[in-house]
Design a protein around this ligand. Structure first.
Ligand SMILES: Cc1cc2nc3c(=O)[nH]c(=O)nc-3n(C[C@H](O)[C@H](O)[C@H](O)COP(=O)(O)OP(=O)(O)OC[C@H]3O[C@@H](n4cnc5c(N)ncnc54)[C@H](O)[C@@H]3O)c2cc1C
Length: 302
């Protein structure tokens, strides 16, 4: 029996469907990337370690994908299996001012649930187009807030397929970094400690942040959000603009005119277009300002 048939059988036995030869571009906010060999979607968190065990047995590399809003996929695709968590691990529990939620829940859903329960603390995350898992992995943040401020614990599957729970001070959370960065652990759920507040005030803050995003960010184009991390003592967008790179283009990848911290896909940009543009930006910014820009976006398939 071929590897794919056997794999399909084994996944079926645990209640999961295997998709093959899948175009990854629609799974990313950049709308860029080639095909991946397999996509598997767990129906619940207990299936994740079974899926990982099966993939390991078949020597198939795997990658956990949330909403794909911080990932740039190679034009050659990914010769492994995507374990797709967005729209799959979607449960949450609310207890007083605490929300425990699974990693596939989107941040916008989590923020809406917090608002419905008069809970404040997550307003900063409203409008970040990711899942809870991706946000914890990246320690996502905006407008002076970050996951680090509100998360109290997190449950994950470690690289030896064991389920562990850790608390905030063990998560090594810093600017766009967590203990999970560049590991193969799977974040299963996270618990957030929030504060009771007037829902009108919470809603006003959420609306204010969303308005600021719509005004300042090129949300009308596919992108991966801010392409570069904020360098110490400056802003990537300010440096890029200062170097005259606003609107600079390689193929269909362009430095946004609206927000120069964003590389956008203005048509049929390839991953190579984006990477060549990123290299050009880094080089020019370094030569003209001495700052070394570092990418915030994760790459897959290299
Ligand atoms: C228009 C736009 C605006 C944005 N604004 C912001 C912003 O204000 N602040 C900010 O911080 N970011 C921002 N981002 C970037 C992005 O939305 C965040 O980093 C988000 O948290 C990523 O979540 P995701 O589910 O899309 O993760 P993905 O892009 O799917 O994955 C990102 C990384 O996390 C890993 N990962 C995802 N889920 C899991 C899991 N359950 N377990 C283990 N690893 C996992 C992936 O393997 C990958 O390495 C923006 C992006 C866009 C497109």
């Amino acid at each position: 029996m071929s590897n794919s048939i056997l794999l399909n059988e084994e996944l079926k036995n645990i209640g999961c469907e295997l998709q093959e030869n899948i175009d990854l571009a629609p799974y990313t906010s950049f709308r860029i990337g080639g095909k991946c060999k397999y996509v598997v979607k767990p129906n619940n968190f207990t299936q994740i370690n079974e899926i990982v065990s099966i993939l390991k047995k078949h020597n198939i590399d795997y990658y956990f994908l949330g909403n794909g809003s911080n990932v740039l996929v190679s034009d050659n695709g990914y010769d492994g299996a995507i374990i797709l968590l967005a729209n799959s691990l979607n449960n949450f529990k609310i207890d007083n001012a605490t929300i425990e939620c699974e990693s596939g829940v989107t941040l916008s859903k989590l923020c809406s649930v917090a608002l419905e329960h008069n809970l404040s603390g997550l307003e900063f995350a409203f409008g970040i187009p990711g899942t809870v898992g991706g946000a914890v992995y990246m320690n996502a943040g905006a407008y002076g807030g970050e996951m680090k401020d509100v998360i109290s614990s997190c449950t994950y599957l470690d690289e030896n397929n064991e389920i562990k729970t850790i608390y905030r001070n063990e998560m090594d959370l810093s600017y766009r970094h967590s203990i999970f960065t560049d590991t193969k652990c799977c974040i299963i759920s996270a618990t957030f400690e929030l504060q009771k507040d007037d829902p009108k005030d919470i809603k006003n803050r959420m609306n204010d942040y969303m308005t600021r995003r719509k005004t300042k960010q090129p949300l009308e184009y596919p992108s991966g959000g801010s392409t570069f991390k904020r360098p110490e003592g400056n802003y990537a967008s300010a440096l890029i603009e200062q170097c005259g790179l606003k609107g600079y283009r390689v193929g269909d990848a362009m430095v946004s005119e609206k927000h120069s911290g964003f590389v956008i896909n203005v048509g049929k940009a390839t991953c190579d277009d984006v990477l060549n543009l990123v290299d050009h930006i880094k080089q020019v910014v370094f030569e003209q300002t001495g700052y070394e820009l570092e990418c915030e976006i994760k790459t897959l398939g290299f």
